[in-house]
Structures are given as C-alpha cells and as structure tokens.
Write a protein that binds this ligand. Structure first.
Ligand SMILES: NC(=O)c1ccc[n+]([C@@H]2O[C@H](COP(=O)([O-])OP(=O)(O)OC[C@H]3O[C@@H](n4cnc5c(N)ncnc54)[C@H](OP(=O)(O)O)[C@@H]3O)[C@@H](O)[C@H]2O)c1
Length: 327
C-alpha cells in the first residue's frame, strides 16, 4: 500500500485532506503535534507524535514512506525571524531528513499565494511571474519553497500556492462570516479590492490529484483557485449576504484604522506571547489592491472541474458554521 506522511493533518486543511487520502486508498501516517486527531478511526490511518522543528522526532517516522505532504506551518507570528523558523527552517529540515529515505518519491509543499506576492489590478499572476512577497509570512513561505527546491532529495518537489482557502471548520474565514452575519458590509478604502479564493474541498482534491501523479515529470509550482481568477470584494460580500440571508450596511474602513488595529493587536500579542491572526504581516497583505492568481495550469493538468464555485462554497461553509454553532 502507498504510504503518505502528512504534517499539519490536524489543522483546517489537514482535517479535510486526511479523510480524502484514506478514501483514495492511501495509507496515512499523520504527524500529531499539540492537537489530537479528532476524525474517525480508520485501519489505514496511524498517528505519530512529533515536531517539525526537531529532526530526531522525524527520522524514525519516514521509513517506508512513499510521499510527503507538508501542510504544517504558521500563518501568524510576530517577527520575520519566527516566520522563517516555523515555515522555512522546518521545511528545509523535513526535506533534508526525507532525502535520506530512497522510498520517498514526492514531496508536496503547501505554500501560499503570499509567497508570490500581490498582483496588479485586473492582471492575475501565474507560475511564470517572478515572486515578490510583501509580508513576513509571504517571505518565509517563498524561502521555504526555495529551500525545498534546493534540498538534496531525489524525490519530485511539487509546490502548491493557494490563495485564501475557506470552507467548513475554518477559524480564520469565520471573522468575515461574522461581519456579514452582523449585517456589516465593509468598504475597504485603498486596500484589497480583488482576490482569488478556493474552497478547501477543491484544494484537497487538487492535492490528491497531484499526489504521485505519473504525468508530473519535474519539480513544479501550481497556483490554484476556484476557477474564477478574479473576485471583487464587493462580489464576495454580495454572495456572503446571499449565503447568510442578511442585508449588509456599508461601513467604510480607512486604511489607517486597518494599520492601527494591526499594530495594536500585534503589540498585545507580543506582550502575551501569542501572535494574533490579524497582525502587521496581514495588514501588509490587506493594503494591496489585488491578490489574484490564475488556475489555468492546474485545471488543465488535472482536467479538474471545480465542485465549489464561490456562491456554492460560501453557502456550504455558512451551513456548517450554523450547524456547529460557530455562528
Ligand atoms: N488556510 C489558508 O487560507 C491558507 C492559504 C494558503 C496557504 N496555507 C498554508 O496551508 C498550510 C495549512 O494551513 P491551515 O490553515 O490548515 O493551518 P492551521 O489550521 O493553522 O494548521 C497548522 C497545522 O500545523 C501543525 N503544526 C504547527 N506547528 C507544528 C510543529 N512544530 N510540528 C508539527 N506540526 C505543527 C498544527 O498542529 P498543532 O495545532 O497541533 O500545533 C496544525 O495541524 C499552512 O502551511 C499555510 O501556510 C493556508
């Protein structure tokens, strides 16, 4: 049986990816860090305790593994140094450790669109554009990509750069639903106006589609989205209103308020020793006018049909939040 070593399997994306891998007949070895695995038991699922920062804890876990999917990482830290430590150094460490195991044929790294940087309004970026990250998070994800590509392993290196990922169980996107649920329609002045998005189920199907795909002949990078490269923030809130059934009262948010609140939350987070989800790195991303990418390459390569266009995906997510009393 084909064995997959999965990091970050207890996180938002991982909780969707783990059952999908099992459904597709893979044997999954799930790295557990702090949070325990909350999904159903399965004869082909084993959990192993470890920390991606500690090479000794990883070494014994990679024996007889055919492929690695590396999701673990951090989206909220207070300094570039900490982002690099959690995203770039850990990816390098895992890749270097994996290079000692000849059974490993592929290493899939879930990077981020933030690694490539923002786009120009009306012009989504594609895999041929050179990367220009603007946030500390993005810089650390780009560094992680380069360290993986430069690592000595003979396995194929596949990098996926998702834009905003949303769907059932997502604690980050919940804030946007809460805003819409409370009948607020933010108008962000001089900040993000266009973005790409993807529902977590489509992202996971694409990851599985790329896994040990014999048509992959070299190391490669893929952007992914929901099949529509450009969504406007206005369209997003119109669809959120439709999904929640609530009317939104327009609330202009000046860029200075966004900057001030990011600074304040980061300061509090630093004092408490826990980085907030909204911080200065996030603000540097939000003040860009456009975060759009093209999905032409992945959709063509996998001949994939999107299951969750934005309107359907938002309804599905809202239903989940309501059923689970998150809203
Ligand atoms: N969500 C998005 O919108 C989005 C968009 C683009 C890219 N991505 C990328 O996708 C990946 C997964 O995102 P997510 O939203 O699923 O993140 P998440 O919910 O924060 O999950 C992170 C996972 O990483 C694990 N982890 C953290 N530190 C670890 C360590 N030292 N050793 C082992 N495991 C550790 C966590 O386990 P514990 O909780 O037990 O520590 C958790 O399972 C990340 O690399 C992120 O950069 C996400």
């Amino acid at each position: 049986m084909t064995r997959i070593f999965l990091t970050g399997g207890t996180g938002f994306i991982g909780q969707h990816l783990t059952p999908l891998l099992l459904e597709n007949g893979y044997d999954v070895s799930l790295l557990i860090h702090r949070k325990q695995y909350a999904g159903p038991h399965h004869p082909n699922l084993s959990t192993v305790q470890g920390d991606i920062r500690d090479p000794n804890s990883l070494y014994n876990l990679l024996e007889k593994v055919d492929a690695i999917i590396h999701l673990a990482g951090s989206i909220s830290e207070t300094t570039l140094y900490r982002y690099i430590k959690y995203n770039a150094e850990t990816t390098q460490l895992l890749a270097e450790t994996a290079s000692r195991f000849p059974s490993i044929k592929q290493f899939i790294y879930i990077s981020s669109q933030a690694a490539a940087g923002p786009s120009k309004p009306g012009h989504p970026i594609s895999e041929v554009h050179s990367a220009n990250p603007v946030s500390e998070y993005g810089k650390s994800k780009l560094m992680a990509e380069s360290r993986l590509l430069l690592s000595p392993g003979n396995f194929q290196k596949t990098i996926i750069r998702p834009p905003v990922v949303y769907g059932p169980g997502d604690p980050s996107f919940l804030t946007i639903f809460q805003v819409a649920h409370h009948q607020i329609r933010p108008i962000i002045r001089h900040g993000i106006q266009e973005l790409s998005l993807i529902h977590v189920a489509d992202l996971c199907s694409m990851i599985v589609g790329l896994l040990l795909n014999p048509r992959l002949t070299h190391d490669d990078i893929f952007f992914v989205n929901d099949g529509k490269d450009i969504h406007t923030v206005d369209e997003l809130f119109t669809l959120l209103q439709k999904a929640t059934g609530k009317r939104g009262i327009p609330l202009p948010i000046p860029i200075e308020i966004m900057a001030g609140s990011a600074y304040f939350l980061e300061l509090i987070g630093t004092l408490r020793g826990k980085a907030p989800l909204y911080n200065m790195s996030k603000y540097k991303e939000l003040k860009q006018p456009s975060w759009c990418c093209k999905s032409e390459k992945i959709l063509g390569f996998l001949e994939y049909t999107i299951k969750y266009p934005l309107e359907i995906g938002l309804k599905d997510t809202y239903t989940w939040y309501r059923q689970h009393r998150w809203l």
